[in-house]
Design a protein around this ligand. Structure first.
Ligand SMILES: Cc1ncc(C[n+]2csc(CCOP(=O)(O)OP(=O)(O)O)c2C)c(N)n1
Ligand SMILES: [Mg+2]
Length: 362
């Protein structure tokens, strides 16, 4: 499903094989807003990669190449919808209105997360591959039990995961539970073609979206580098879920342009021509081409967005460098809402251990 070609030409509407008609109807201001989101999200991500390279973050999982999949689906969420991310969803986090500094504390190793999932309707980052799809399914079943589906202002849930995660038991269990309980959930798979070094052909013999049929709910493949198409399919799937029509699997077909994380060297397992072929499908270049061709944006606007991105990245950098190192014993805070004797004992043990270095040369 595609609504904007790599050359920046609009496709008015697309009818999917199940009869669903997809189209978008944005104002010029909204088109410019999506472009701004894409550019900002890419720039902040590049800044985080640079900070890691300079030793200021322990590790970073870049979203480079996946901006359209994340901004399109992130902007399709309504305020009441709950999102369950992996560790790469910085673009969705941005769309939820969370300060982009938040995940950097985690990757710098100075805090354990940072934001309140209930305040922003965006759960904590999850490193355990596929686990969040079960959390999301349980949450979505709870939404049903609370009677919060069936109307226009009903609630829906979105679970993000990758092509590699699609082969995990957790994800397949989440599909089954959400199907048989008709849970209001959208499974949003960013197929970026790799699970670290393992290519897609090691996960599946059929297109991933076709898996949904075996579980008893609809699946759709969308051009994950097309922000308009990802917005359209996610909005429709979420609205179906909130109206009580159960789950949908979306396969956003995209490409991880960078390394898996900053600890990875992708030149060891993929060839340069593959990366170049995907560069021609860049998610931001096509929106810029469209805006320019249609006269929706001029050079002044494009330059202003670049300048804003530069300033926000600079501000992010300054704030990362100012992050204080935590007191070691704060590690034991917030483990349980009301504390626990075991955690208290561990805190006391660690305090004594740290005190034993007093006056030592080490
Ligand atoms: C349960 C579990 N197994 C293994 C890992 C190690 N691991 C981290 S990322 C990753 C690959 C995930 O690939 P994919 O689901 O395609 O997501 P992507 O990183 O491409 O966004 C693996 C195997 C893990 N974090 N959790
Ligand atoms: Mg992947």
């Amino acid at each position: 499903m595609q609504l904007l070609t790599p050359e920046g030409d609009r496709i008015d509407k697309v009818t999917w094989s199940d009869g669903t008609e997809y189209r978008v109807d944005f104002t010029d201001e909204e088109y410019r807003g999506l472009y701004r989101d894409l550019v900002l999200v890419r720039k902040l991500d590049a800044e985080a990669t640079a900070l890691q390279r300079q030793g200021e973050l322990g590790i970073w999982a870049s979203l480079l190449g996946q901006e359209a999949a994340q901004v399109g689906s992130g902007r399709a969420l309504r305020p009441q919808d709950m999102a369950f991310p992996t560790y790469r969803e910085h673009g969705v986090l941005y769309c939820r209105g969370i300060d982009p500094i938040m995940p950097l504390g985690l990757f710098r190793g100075v805090d354990l997360g940072g934001w309140d999932p209930n305040e922003f309707k965006f759960n904590m980052y999850t490193i355990v591959i596929g686990a969040q799809t079960l959390h999301a399914t349980g949450y979505a079943m709870g939404v049903n039990m609370d009677g919060k589906t069936g109307t226009d202002d009903g609630e829906a849930v979105i679970a993000y995961f990758g092509d590699g995660a699609s082969a995990q038991g957790d994800v397949n269990e989440a599909f089954i539970w959400s199907a048989v309980f008709n849970a209001p959930i959208v499974f949003f798979c960013q197929n970026n073609q790799y699970a670290i070094s393992e290519p897609l052909e090691r996960q599946t013999r059929i297109p991933l979206y076709q898996r949904a049929a075996g579980f008893g709910f609809p699946g759709v493949r969308v051009d994950g580098n097309d922000v308009l198409a990802t917005y359209a399919v996610t909005r429709a799937a979420l609205d179906n879920a909130r109206h009580g029509q159960g789950p949908t699997l979306i396969e956003a077909y995209t490409y991880r342009m960078g390394a898996h994380t900053t600890t990875d060297d992708p030149t060891r397992y993929r060839i340069a021509s593959e990366v170049e072929a995907w560069q021609a499908k860049d998610p931001i270049a096509r929106v810029r081409a469209f805006l320019t061709k249609q006269g929706i944006a001029d050079d002044t606007f494009l330059a202003e967005v670049e300048e804003q991105a530069k300033q926000e990245a600079l501000r992010l950098r300054e704030r990362v460098l100012e992050m204080p190192d935590p007191e070691p014993l704060t590690l034991f805070d917030h483990v349980f809402p009301n504390g626990s004797p075991e955690v208290d004992a561990q805190r006391e043990f660690t305090a004594r251990y740290l005190d034993s270095f007093e006056g030592s040369v080490h």
